[in-house]
Design a binder for this molecule. Structure first.
Ligand code: PMT
Length: 406
């Protein structure tokens, strides 16, 4: 019963699935949540505000202003512990994705400081359209949570994906969210992410294809479960959610990442090394741009410090160190060697042999390898879901016997 006393803004938009908002409101109130319903003008064509006001025991807000007063969307955005948009139409999702603010729902969305969950509902063709899928990806990349659609008969008579999730499933998901929100409370995590750039001269560097997505997904997942997260990230173009539990340290080189990680490590309970760190750097950085000459050129390289190995040496008994292995061949043998050499508690293997895995994809396919020679293989999933699997594994080790997902 993690919903007891939670303040939930339920935003209802114009879809035939709006009738499910009545069940949703009733279930949320029954679980002890305080529910403030918002409706768009189109939603009111599908279900009466009176129904939702009666079930939520609160006046429904449908406009930014009415004859008597202005609805303070900013305070509503601050008041809520969670905003749930259900049903969320393709139109509202598109507005959220680009920041259009033309009704009470979009205004509260833009002011919300709390987690936002949305449960899409639309016809199959609208659901499958690249515009809708692009908008959803964008919203998820902002840190919003998408509640998967169901499969079945749709209002048009078509059969396929696009049905709004069932109210019972949504309430269960929110309940888990609040329960998880405290799982790592009091714990501090260090996450390294992204590539490193090792300068050759003022205009060139040695780098790699890491986007930072995997590390950001881990930092976000841990923060959502209540951990205080220090995210040390190399040059990445991916936006990092503005999360109160995440502190971001931007670095460029392996040396800078090493120095920051070593400084932050002693206060950490868990360190996850998801960064793709350069193993070598130019021995000398040229002060000026190297000019092309008639002959070939040789670059002398020296080793960079190994962050994971360094933290492995500093590790105390209460700390867990998790590493990644990005392999192209002899995957398991190479990952197992790194697991031991760098003193990891477990290592996450991802291979460039697997389509959709590794650098820059929104998905990854991993195997978790432990020192006792046990291993867990996972399917190709979104990096958010992969992060959840890794965090579940960590939770099982940090809080044994607590009924975690292991
Ligand atoms: O950022 P994305 O685009 O989402 O891609 C994700 C990823 C592919 C980068 C990620 O999933 C991943 O595999 N990260 C580790 C990549 C890597 O450098 O692996 P490795 O096998 O070379 O290194 C082994 C471990 O040692 C890693 O935990 C690495 O962070 C760490 N290491 C390596 C070298 C070094 N100098 N310091 C380190 O800490």
């Amino acid at each position: 019963m993690s919903l007891r006393g939670k303040k939930i803004v339920l935003a209802v938009t114009g879809s035939i699935a709006a009738y499910k908002a009545a069940f949703l409101t009733r279930l949320l109130v029954k679980q002890g949540a305080e529910v403030q319903v918002l409706m768009t003008a189109d939603a009111e064509k599908f279900i009466s505000p009176l129904t939702l006001a009666t079930l939520s025991k609160k006046k429904v807000i449908s406009a930014l202003t009415d004859a008597e007063q202005w609805s303070d969307h900013v305070s509503l955005g601050l008041w809520a512990d969670l905003m749930l948009v259900a049903p969320a139409t393709a139109n509202t999702l598109a507005k959220f994705a680009v920041g259009i603010c033309d009704n009470i729902v979009t205004a509260v969305y833009l002011s919300a400081k709390c987690p936002v969950f949305f449960a899409p509902a639309m016809d199959l063709d609208m659901w499958k359209h690249p515009s809708t899928q692009h908008n959803i990806k964008r919203l998820v990349s902002f840190g919003n949570r998408m509640i998967p659609v169901g499969h079945g008969e749709l209002a048009s008579g078509l059969v396929g994906d696009g049905r709004m999730a069932e109210p019972e499933d949504i309430v269960r998901l929110l309940d888990n969210h609040f329960a998880e929100g405290n799982q790592f409370k009091g714990k501090t995590a260090l996450v390294t992410a992204g590539p490193t750039y090792e300068p050759i001269d003022p205009v060139r560097f040695i780098g790699n294809y890491s986007s930072g997505k995997m590390g950001i997904a881990l930092a976000t997942g841990l923060a959502n479960r209540g951990a205080k997260v220090n995210l040390v990230i190399g040059p990445s173009r991916i936006s990092i959610p503005d999360h109160p539990n995440i502190k971001v340290f931007k670095v460029t080189t392996a040396q800078q990442m090493y120095d920051k990680a070593v400084q932050l490590y002693p206060e950490c309970d868990v360190a996850i090394m998801a960064a793709a760190v350069a193993d070598y750097r130019p021995k000398q950085e040229a002060a000026e741009k190297i000019k092309k000459s008639a002959s070939d050129m040789t670059l002398e390289l020296e080793k960079t410090p190994d962050i994971a190995a360094g933290l492995g040496k500093m590790k105390q008994s209460h700390q867990l160190n998790i590493g990644f292995a990005l392999e192209t061949n002899d995957e398991e043998a190479n990952a197992k060697a790194k697991l031991v050499k760098k003193n990891f508690d477990f290592i996450v293997l991802n291979s460039l042999q697997d389509p959709g895995a590794g650098f820059n994809h929104d998905t990854n396919k991993i195997t978790i390898l432990k020192k006792d020679n046990t291993q867990k293989n996972f399917e190709l999933k979104s990096k958010t879901e992969v992060a959840a699997d890794i965090i579940d594994e960590i939770a099982g080790m940090l809080f044994p016997g607590n009924g975690n997902h292991n």
